[in-house]
Every structure is written in structure tokens, then in C-alpha cells.
Design a protein around this ligand. Structure first.
Ligand code: HPA
Length: 234
């Protein structure tokens, strides 16, 4: 057990998929894993372990935002020795060629602040994905025929942003989408020498104001889970 995860030490796999939403963790585990067993329900942040094509996998909710993800990722790494952590989540599109339902595989994650900013001080750490995971995910997405973009994303501290100039600068610098977790995941993985990747479905668009209807989210979310599993075990 760790402070926020109730699983026994042998109940968490070395490969962990991390959706923000704990109910998505349950849905993904029940849909894609064999023998999925609930291994955590502390604070309702559900986690399940099962197997996929003979490989042991945990799917653990991260909650929303970098501080929440940071708690779970730190404990998964430190207390359960997780080696590969893949965020599967949603993001807002920031480029005209990025459409609702497209998948973004995040090569880098820019931030203004993150839980690590206080000790990085003046240093701007370039949070980036594990290359092997990234290239395997791109190959898996191509094989599935999923419309996929690979590039930089922005991990924001706020969903309800009050600074349109930040979005403008991000868009101007080619950032594909905005979410709230990946930069901290990439930073922690770098610090602890683990592998990390974020795979995101575009659920809304900052420029067009479109949003994915909730009934469509499950199907596109399923593509991401499969891409993540293929990438983890390639
Ligand atoms: N902003 C921040 N995080 C998000 C968004 C967004 O528009 N969409 C999904 N996650």
C-alpha cells in the first residue's frame, strides 16, 4: 500500500495506463483486459490489473491536473516500481488541421508551471516522451488507420483559462492541443528513468468551439487504449 493507492505491492503491473477519469479506467479494464481485478478504490480513484495478450497491465485513474497525476505517478513509480506509464486522455485542439476525434501522440509537453517548477527555478526543462514508446504508438495508430498527429502539446494548470494570449502563443508555435497532465508525467519519468507517453483524443476545439458528444467519447477512447497497449508491448 502507498498513501493514495490501496493495492498490495504485487498487485500492480510494470506497465500502467493512466486515464484521468477513474470510470474510464474501469471501462477500459473491463473492455480490454482479461481477468481484470479491482486493485485500488482509495478516494474512488479506481485501478484494475489484468492481462492483455498475455502481458500484465494495470489501468489506474490519475485524476485531473498535474498535482493529482503527480501523486499517483510518484507512488506507482516509488512504491510499486512501475516502469512504463502511458497517459490516455482527452485534449482541446489548438490547430486548424487538428479535428475533433483525431488522436494526438505527444512528443513534448510545454508548461507555464508544473509541480516541478518550484525546484527547477530558472531552468526550463523540455518534457518529452520516451522515443521507443512514441514510435511504437505512431506505428500502431497508422496500422489502425486512426487519424493521428505527432508533436508538441501544452499541459495547462487551468481548464477555465483567463489568458487568451497564452493559447495564441501556443498555437503560433505549433502546439497541437491542450490538456492538464502530460508534462508532469514526462518530468517524473525522466527523473526516475522510466518510460512515459501521452496519447490523447481531441474532445473539444479551442478555435471552432466544437465538442465531442459524450456517446462518441467511448469509441474514440477505445482506439487510444489499443494504441497504448500495442505501444507498451512492441
Ligand atoms: N483545456 C484543458 N484541458 C483539456 C481540454 C481543454 O480544452 N480539453 C480536454 N482537456
Amino acid at each position: 500500500m502507498s498513501i493514495h493507492i490501496g493495492a498490495k505491492s504485487d498487485q500492480i503491473a510494470q506497465t500502467v495506463l493512466m486515464p484521468g477519469d477513474p470510470y474510464r479506467a474501469r471501462w477500459a479494464a473491463e473492455t480490454f483486459l482479461e481477468g481484470a481485478t479491482l486493485i485500488n478504490d482509495v478516494r474512488g480513484m479506481l485501478g484494475y490489473t489484468g492481462s492483455w495478450k498475455g502481458h500484465r497491465v494495470t489501468i489506474q485513474g490519475s485524476g485531473m491536473g498535474m498535482p493529482s497525476l503527480s501523486i499517483y505517478a510518484n507512488e506507482l513509480i516509488r512504491d510499486y516500481d512501475a516502469q512504463t506509464l502511458i497517459r490516455i486522455g482527452s485534449c482541446g485542439g489548438m490547430q486548424p488541421h487538428v479535428a475533433i476525434r483525431d488522436v494526438i501522440i505527444a512528443m513534448t509537453a510545454s508548461t507555464i508551471t508544473s509541480p516541478s517548477s518550484s525546484f527547477f527555478k530558472e531552468f526550463n526543462f523540455a518534457a518529452c516522451a520516451d522515443y521507443d514508446l512514441l514510435s511504437a504508438a505512431v506505428a500502431a495508430a497508422k496500422a489502425k488507420g486512426t487519424k493521428t498527429h505527432v508533436g508538441g502539446i501544452y499541459s495547462s494548470d487551468v481548464f477555465y483559462a483567463e489568458r487568451p494570449d497564452i493559447d495564441e502563443q501556443m498555437t503560433r508555435h505549433g502546439i497541437l492541443g491542450v490538456e492538464m497532465e502530460a508534462a508532469e508525467l514526462y518530468t517524473l519519468a525522466a527523473r526516475r528513468n522510466r518510460r512515459a507517453l501521452a496519447i490523447l483524443t481531441v474532445s473539444d476545439h479551442l478555435q471552432t468551439g466544437e465538442a465531442l458528444p459524450s456517446e462518441d467519447r467511448e469509441r474514440t477512447f477505445g482506439d487510444m487504449v489499443e494504441i497504448a497497449l500495442e505501444a507498451a508491448f512492441t
